[in-house]
Design a protein around this ligand. Structure first.
Ligand code: SF4
Length: 326
């Protein structure tokens, strides 16, 4: 495994001095990513997926758990000791244009990792090589970020991320802010690079099209926990956790008949300050029963893990299912 995460927790302090306490943003998650594999974290905003990705990249302190990268424990690394890691684990941030320094030319942006890590190289040649890898001509080397479209800026961000041949790329909403046609191009590029360079990827997104397009395996997060993990295709074919089923049913669907099968979730996402008892999804779950309100379900299974007392059969409909307009 290139990355192994075990029982990871991230907590945030809340309140003032005397009444200071902590809330759990990530509440004990475990997963592995193999070399060359793409793993997606999916969930609504506030589900903890970005916090988890930042913790894996050591940008966010953890309160418990273990992170092993390429065979070495990294969760204890601090300050300058994290620098070698950043060479091998590259992060792509959300905003394609905003994440590029506005005063730097593309040539300097894509070769910045060489300077940061003191790697000697012919930077002109490296810039041309990297731009060609992401499908941009050498002419782009002299441009500034404001002279790029969103898709071109994202390609430049990808070129910078792969500059020093990392083993893992963490991409936060890799298609955010891009037109649908450009989203497909960026996803195809990520797939191509993964195959060509043997990269592993951790993708964080709320966009299920992205997950379906690029991820071998996925985890669905709710209030900082994994409620379902497994092979992407198997989950898309037959979601077993009610929350996964609701997310997938809300995914814009070109087939108008399927669009009618949307499962609407009644209540708002609960606050992390007041986690529901029992199964934390019970306040919104159309399948909730008495047991769900008092007893937290443990995740069951090996390759496919589901944290639900009553996992769904394929094609299940909520007991009081109401069809909603797409
Ligand atoms: Fe719904 Fe109960 Fe399963 Fe929770 S345990 S997801 S409330 S059926």
């Amino acid at each position: 495994m290139i990355l192994s995460v075990r029982d990871l927790q991230v907590s945030f302090p809340v309140g003032r001095l005397m009444s200071r306490s902590a809330i759990l943003g990530v509440a004990g998650v475990s997963f592995d990513i193999a070399a060359g594999e793409t793993f997606a974290l999916v969930g609504e905003s506030g589900s903890g997926k970005t916090t988890l990705a930042r913790a894996v990249n050591l940008l966010q302190p953890i309160s418990a758990g273990e992170i092993t990268f390429d065979g070495k424990r990294i969760d204890g690394l601090r300050g300058a000791d994290t620098k070698p890691l950043r060479r091998e684990m590259a992060m792509m941030f959300q905003d394609p244009v905003g994440s590029l320094s506005p005063r730097m030319q593309v040539r300097d942006i894509v070769t910045e990792p060489f300077r940061v890590h003191g790697v000697e190289a012919d930077l002109r040649a490296e810039a041309d090589r990297l731009l060609s890898l992401v499908g941009l001509s050498g002419d782009f080397a002299n441009r500034f970020p404001h002279q790029l479209s969103g898709g071109q800026a994202r390609r430049v961000g990808v070129a910078r991320a792969i500059a020093l041949n990392p083993k893992l790329i963490i991409a936060d909403e890799p298609t955010a802010g891009l037109d649908v046609s450009v989203q497909g191009e960026v996803l195809n590029l990520l797939n191509e690079l993964r195959e060509r360079l043997g990269l592993a990827m951790l993708i964080i997104t709320h966009n299920l099209h992205v997950v379906h397009h690029v991820a071998d395996r996925m985890a669905v997060m709710y209030l900082g926990r994994f409620v379902e993990t497994g092979e992407t295709e198997a989950i898309f074919q037959a979601p077993a956790h009610p929350y996964t089923a609701a997310l997938l049913s809300a995914n814009p669907e070109p087939d108008p008949d399927k669009a009618k099968d949307r499962i609407s979730l009644p209540a708002e996402v609960p606050s992390l300050l007041a986690r529901p008892t029992g199964c934390e999804f019970h306040t919104r779950c159309p399948w909730a029963q008495a047991r769900c309100r008092t007893e937290a379900p443990a995740a069951q299974g090996t390759d496919r893990r589901i944290a639900c007392h009553f996992p769904l059969s394929p094609g299940a409909r909520p007991p009081a299912f109401k069809e909603t307009a797409p």
